[in-house]
Design a protein around this ligand. Structure first.
Ligand code: AHG
Ligand code: MN
Ligand code: MN
Length: 341
């Protein structure tokens, strides 16, 4: 029975008791993640007052312009996590290869992959941003290599994100449902406010960047056309569209009130030789686990995201996730189109 005012730490301990798993190290690890998120939440809140807005003047390994806060967020996470003795290595969107735990600190048996600041183009305009993380086991006693991070999403022991918006919220799963915590700045704790998040099966809301409509493949064109035809179209109901420009913002909204989020394969990505836009290990997999745990679905159009065996640290994938009925419909449209992406 969850009590009012339950902190993130208490929740993890209680979940451990409930599911008969020893969670000492794991609780400490999540505390470190929470501390890093609290530090970032403060910086995001202060914005220009902390001098964190604007471009870093350099690109990351994927050729994307980094914002100052992308770089700062990466550093804050590493500083907060490298000394714990609980991690064997850290992989990040902002780093070419994984970050080995320095020899000065003990090496643990968890691996952390993360997107330090998701939706970073929103930061300068005070829009929603977030941090996404994924935790897997490192089962080998030796120091990990990049290849050790290449585990299918079903192997994740914990996944979550912290949303920096009107309130900062941590949303996590350890494989037993999804729980949301709101940061109470007056006590500096994430407090359980959304105990068992479930995505409604049906929805009247979708999210996709329609500026790429001319590049979409047939299944997404059909789906969006049918939604936009509204009450007079084949769906017989009106739909609404929302696009936050931050996967964390969009996924959070969908977890709260349903919807479907799409960043699918399109002709533009294909022409650029990209397999998608979003990254498997630190965007699609953790969000996919949250969606499935909340009763939703996460798919590429041809296979469940969590079933993909990764072959590269920064691998990209098409993403369709959210309310189960809508994802199933899109998968059906892909099947009918004979689409192999
Ligand atoms: P990031 O800021 O970590 O690079 O991620 C941005 C991602 C995702 O959050 C968002 O849904 C999407 O990119 C937006 O892409 P477009 O600008 O192409 O719409
Ligand atoms: Mn991102
Ligand atoms: Mn990012």
């Amino acid at each position: 029975m969850t009590q009012r005012g339950t902190t993130l730490t208490q929740y993890i301990i209680e979940q451990g008791r409930l599911h008969n798993t020893s969670r000492g190290a794991f609780t400490a690890l999540l505390n470190d993640v929470a501390t890093a998120c609290k530090r970032l939440s403060n910086l995001v809140r202060l914005g220009e007052l902390a001098g964190v807005l604007g471009a870093a003047g350099q690109e990351n390994v994927q050729g994307e312009d980094q914002k100052k806060l992308d770089v700062i967020a990466n550093e804050v996470f590493i500083e907060s996590l490298e000394r714990s003795g609980l991690l064997a290595g850290i992989a990040s969107e902002e780093m070419d290869a994984h970050y080995p735990i320095p020899a000065a600190y003990p090496r643990g048996d968890y691996l952390l992959a993360f997107d330090p600041l998701d939706g970073s183009s929103n930061i300068d305009v005070n829009g929603a941003t977030g941090t996404i993380f994924s935790i897997t086991h490192h089962r080998d006693a030796s120091a990990p290599g990049d290849a050790d991070f290449l585990q299918a999403g079903r192997e994740q022991v914990c996944a979550g994100y912290c949303l920096y918006s009107s309130a900062s919220m941590m949303v996590i799963t350890t494989g037993h449902g999804v729980a949301g915590f709101t940061l109470d700045n007056s006590v500096g704790e994430f407090i359980l406010t959304h105990p068992d998040i479930k995505v409604p099966r049906q929805t009247t809301e979708y999210a996709i960047n329609s500026a790429y409509a001319r590049h979409w493949l047939a299944p997404e064109k059909r789906y969006v056309q049918e939604c936009n035809a509204g009450v007079d179209g084949p769906r017989g109901q009106n739909f609404n569209m929302r696009w936050a420009g931050s996967m964390v913002g969009d996924v959070h909204r969908i977890l709260c009130r349903g919807g479907v989020f799409m960043y699918p394969m399109d002709a533009r990505l294909k022409a650029d030789g990209k397999a998608g836009k979003l990254r498997l290990l630190y965007e699609a997999n953790p969000m996919g686990m949250l969606m499935e745990q909340a009763g939703g679905m996460a798919h590429t159009g041809t296979q469940p995201i969590l079933d993909i065996q990764p072959d590269a640290l920064h691998q990209r994938v098409p993403v369709i996730m959210g309310s189960a009925d809508e994802v199933e419909r899109l998968v059906q449209y892909h099947r009918e189109a004979g689409n192999d992406t």
